[in-house]
Design a protein around this ligand. Structure first.
Ligand code: SIN
Ligand code: MN
Length: 268
């Protein structure tokens, strides 16, 4: 459960560190993440080199550890509290950010992808990030602009990409279609300062879908693996769109997550 002070801080900054997972839980998640990276699946995305894994999507549907993780009280309870009602998993991904080869995530807000791409009507969403490795200055930590969520959905021109069936691929590549450019970033940083999300494995970060964020390349000889669970309010289902993205990017089944008992962990 989040305290009132923590909730205020989240509303103010657009992000918040919550109660971390245990070392044993994080070890299990890392082991299972590596298994998912090896599994050839439609939700697996490669870096530009064509062979380094960039991330995998939808593992909570096929892997029992991740199925349990999305019901973990340390993950789903704060999300439910912040959103004020039952939630379902809109998107689940594990980003690999491999040592030396993990590529950038350009500056962006998430909501524009879900609003324009998936027909989501309101930003009634919380992202829960779980660090699987220590995030340091060197391994491409998540960068955020505190308070930027208060700017609402920023007007960002859509970069033209190849259309067709696989158009969604650029939404999760290093060439995002709705990236924030230097003039806008410069304007935003007049009132706030880029903050790197650093911390030990097991750290949990909650962040707002309108928070401006990015991450650089991994310059370290070690990975920066991170899970991102996106919860949406059950009463904010996706609307009709001309070309719906695959289910592993935008779930259309809004069955509420059934939280594990309070105090439960990944094992029992
Ligand atoms: C994201 O913005 O969805 C991912 C950022 C990261 O893994 O650094
Ligand atoms: Mn993002």
């Amino acid at each position: 459960m989040l305290s009132y002070e923590s909730i205020d801080l989240y509303r103010e900054d657009g992000f918040l560190f919550a109660d971390p997972l245990t070392e044993k839980e994080t070890d299990l998640l890392r082991e299972q993440a590596d298994r998912e990276f090896l599994r050839d699946s439609p939700g697996r995305m490669l870096e530009k080199d064509g062979f380094t894994v960039r991330g995998v999507h939808g593992s909570h549907v096929v892997n029992s550890t991740f199925a349990r993780l999305v019901r973990h009280p340390k993950i789903v309870t704060p999300a439910t509290q912040l959103l004020g009602g039952p939630v379902y998993v809109h998107q689940f991904k594990i980003n690999a950010k491999k040592a030396l080869t993990g590529d950038v995530w350009p500056w962006h807000q998430d909501y524009i992808f879900w609003n324009l791409g998936d027909g989501m009507r309101r930003p009634d969403v919380v992202n829960v990030a779980v660090l699987l490795d220590e995030a340091t200055d060197l391994n491409g930590p998540l960068l955020v602009l505190p308070g930027s969520h208060k700017c609402g959905s920023l007007e960002v021109a859509r970069r033209t990409t190849v259309g067709g069936d696989g158009a969604w691929r650029s939404d999760i590549s290093a060439d995002l279609v709705y990236a924030i450019d230097a003039p806008l970033l410069s304007e935003l940083t007049e009132t706030t300062k880029v903050t790197a999300i650093k911390g030990p494995p097991g750290s949990i970060l909650l962040f707002d879908p309108l928070l401006v964020h990015a991450s650089g390349v991994n310059m370290a000889p070690y990975d920066r693996r991170m899970i991102l669970v996106t919860y949406n309010r059950v009463d904010n289902p996706l609307g009709e769109v001309p070309s719906p993205r695959p289910d592993f990017l935008a779930a259309r089944d809004n069955t509420p997550v059934r939280p594990l008992d309070p105090g439960a962990d990944l094992f029992a």
